[in-house]
Design a protein around this ligand. Structure first.
Ligand code: FAQ
Length: 334
């Protein structure tokens, strides 16, 4: 995990972007005021572009690194059906990463640069993927809690002002809904099983609950990017507002499952119309962001090894593309 603040997105310019002039600035302001989409060829402030590259590339990295905790269980899934479902889910996550890298590329950054930022620790990825998955029940908790948090966070991003990001999020959210249900169903089956299975499900929920709440980012008064991102219609709700929505959604679902959320302070607050919940351990969050979580080192090492092992595929794809381009040029010339 990165130890430094990400510089992703600085000093870049998208091909064919409109020049920075008064008309461009006015149009940008109008697009935001009318809740319209900003498209890659529109003029946009450099800081808006930089913020989008940071957020979208971090999101893409999260999806790609996020394949590992579940990939760990593909060979050990308890049945052929469970294995097929898990493989499909992990493949979806790869697909989400690819849509998101493509969306970031429309802002003028190339994929190799983003990979380099991930592998050198300049770009972050979600804290949640630095936790380990020692039991099968963790596949249920990831689906229910991690994908559940992802949906809460990402449904509003379907309305993000930047067109390619918002459109990518629409498809991603549909798939995340399936992911969340499959996780819920794994836990439900375990909770209807033997005492040992119920215990495994509860133990897993105990480990994933607080890290899932931290996925929404630091508390609002410690979130340097939120205000500007909300003014630009990128983020639609603050970190704390989304966290609250998530807890409100989880409590009734936990009752259906029969699991206990590991927070003695959760209780309905009639006045607020929301569930109160206890403080989170933000020192742990900052430790994970600083690279000292359970699995930071292994996640990045695995990603680096996969990238190195894929070098021949990238070379072959480039050679094929070059050959096709030469062929097309030949046809045009003749
Ligand atoms: N982990 O000022 P804010 C998924 C950083 S995908 C690590 O509040 P912002 C699907 C933040 O980058 C999960 N770093 O930042 C799946 C910033 O540092 P920077 C990923 C975090 O951007 C499921 C600093 O702290 N989802 O789960 C985290 O306004 C299952 C200050 O924070 C997205 O990326 C964190 N949790 O708000 C896949 C959604 N939180 O960059 C596989 C899109 C904060 O200035 C299996 N992203 N930081 O150096 C967002 O909505 C936002 O970027 C937030 C952070 C909400 C994550």
């Amino acid at each position: 995990m990165a130890t430094s603040t990400s510089t992703a997105g600085s000093d870049i310019a998208a091909p064919g972007i409109a020049a920075a002039d008064a008309a461009g600035e006015a149009r940008f302001a109008e697009l935001l005021a009318t809740e319209s989409r900003v498209e890659p060829t529109d003029w946009m402030p450099a800081a808006y572009r930089k913020t989008l590259v940071r957020q979208i590339s971090q999101h893409a990295h999260s999806e790609i690194i996020g394949m590992q905790p579940e990939g760990n269980w593909i060979t050990r899934a308890p049945s052929l059906k469970r294995k097929a479902i898990l493989m499909a889910k992990v493949q979806d996550e790869a697909g989400h990463g690819l849509y998101l890298y493509s969306a970031a590329q429309t802002l003028g950054i190339d994929r190799e640069t983003m990979f380099d930022q991930l592998l050198t620790g300049k770009a972050k990825y979600s804290s949640i993927f630095n936790y380990v998955t020692p039991t099968w029940a963790d596949m249920g908790s990831i689906g229910w809690l991690v994908d559940g948090a992802a949906i809460c966070n990402q449904v509003p991003l379907c309305r993000a002002s930047y067109g390619p990001y918002g459109r990518a999020m629409v498809r991603i959210c549909k798939e995340e809904s399936f992911h969340q249900r499959q996780g819920f169903e794994i836990l439900l089956e375990l909770m209807r099983g033997t005492p040992g299975q119920r215990e495994m499900a509860q133990e897993s929920v105990n480990r994933w609950y607080a890290p899932a709440l931290m996925m929404f980012g630091p508390p609002d008064d410690d979130s340097p990017n939120s205000a500007q991102s909300m003014a630009w219609n990128i983020k639609r709700f603050s970190n704390d507002d989304l966290r609250q929505r998530f807890v409100d959604m989880l409590v009734p679902q936990a009752e259906v499952l029969g699991v206990t959320l590991p927070d003695p302070d959760i209780r309905w607050n009639e006045e607020r119309g929301h569930y109160d919940f206890g403080d989170l351990d933000w020192d742990e969050f900052h430790e994970v962001l600083a690279g000292r979580g359970q699995a930071n080192a292994v996640r990045v090492a695995n990603r680096r090894a996969a990238h190195d092992e894929g070098a021949w595929v990238r070379e072959a794809a480039r050679a094929y593309a070059d050959a096709r381009a030469t062929e097309t040029e030949g046809r045009i010339a003749s």
